[in-house]
Design a protein around this ligand. Sequence first.
Ligand code: FAD
Length: 383
Amino acid sequence: MDIGFSPEETRFREECRDWLHASVPTEKRPLDAADAIGFDKAWQRRLFDAGWAGINWPSKYGGRGLSIVQQVIWLEEYAAAHAPWIGANFVGINHGGPTLILNASEEQKAYHLPRILKGEAIWCQGFSEPGAGSDLAGIKTRGRIEGEELVINGSKIWTSFAHVADWQELVLRTEEGSLRHKGLSWVICDMHAPGITVRPIRKMSGQTEFAEVFYDDVRIPLAKVVGGLGNGWKVAMSTLSFERGTGFIADQVKQSQEIEELIAAARANGMIKDDRIADSLAQLRAEVAAVRAMTYRNISEVLRTDQPGPEASVIRLFTSELGQRLERIAVLLMGEAIIDFAYGDDNPVGDYLRGFAATIAGGTAQIQRDIIGERLLGLPKSR
Ligand SMILES: Cc1cc2nc3c(=O)[nH]c(=O)nc-3n(C[C@H](O)[C@H](O)[C@H](O)COP(=O)(O)OP(=O)(O)OC[C@H]3O[C@@H](n4cnc5c(N)ncnc54)[C@H](O)[C@@H]3O)c2cc1C
């Protein structure tokens, strides 16, 4: 077994590094979704034009058709270069697009995939509802079939980037009277369709990054159903596996950078001399190495199967909790400077506060533990 990088991959890494070194924007990405949308679209377009968007997406849809290993190399160099978060393009690039590649019709792929890669079409995810966040099978938003259209009524909540999105991966109930995971469909919903109302939600940091979405007789052509009517559960599971697995590679890469920066900061301000701090930093460095190893293992799995399995939950859970531990120590290392932090700013305190969302979004830590227990360890069902 060869676990190193090939000469071709090493050359690719150098190519990534050179381009990023010359091209990463010097200005900061605005924090509020509405302010950042121009920045996000322009940066994505720049990545696309230079051939760095969709490295492992099929070339006939605008990708590079390279391997997932090369995608990871790109993400490693991306984080090392302190390149900006892809922001509003997150859903399209990380799980909307990959779900389409796996499940959509040729026509759907040909239309949507290049637009996602070019940053022309912003996607959002309409899964959670009031009363059905963790329990996706409990959703109530429904789509009544009328001729060649679905007529949609209901509401979604916590929809990140809904107020700036063009399309939505929407899961709804299309079979009257169906229960739980049966009778659901995964639909490409036009966010500009008449009958859609988006109401942004303000977070404790003052920013608006997610919203409530209301559907009042919204008409969407049946041709927008992905993977067939009634197959929404299966398609949604593939979306979640991308969201929980490969979608977070960039975060895991960033964490290895963060821990080295924290160690350097503790050395610089002398706090490393405190044994408890030195121990915590050493422990975190070991955990970061562990999550990197798990990520490489997960990538080998994706190489074999084209899709991350339930193992993705291990990585998702570990990454989100590790992120919180890293952010906690980053705040500690700020010492007295913490008193002067500006609320909502991009600083360790902002990262610390944002970190709370990491063990909720994309499935809570408890739900990931359930999946690990039941689907990986074969333990009895919790309910
Ligand atoms: C920053 C952020 C962005 C988000 N973006 C999106 C988005 O773009 N699109 C989208 O659809 N959703 C999004 N969400 C919503 C997110 O997916 C849900 O909040 C999450 O799935 C939890 O659902 P809930 O809030 O309804 O909580 P609930 O499901 O009501 O859970 C409440 C508590 O009960 C626990 N719990 C529930 N069921 C079980 C169980 N079976 N076993 C053990 N414990 C359980 C949970 O872990 C949690 O602690 C986002 C959330 C956040 C924080």
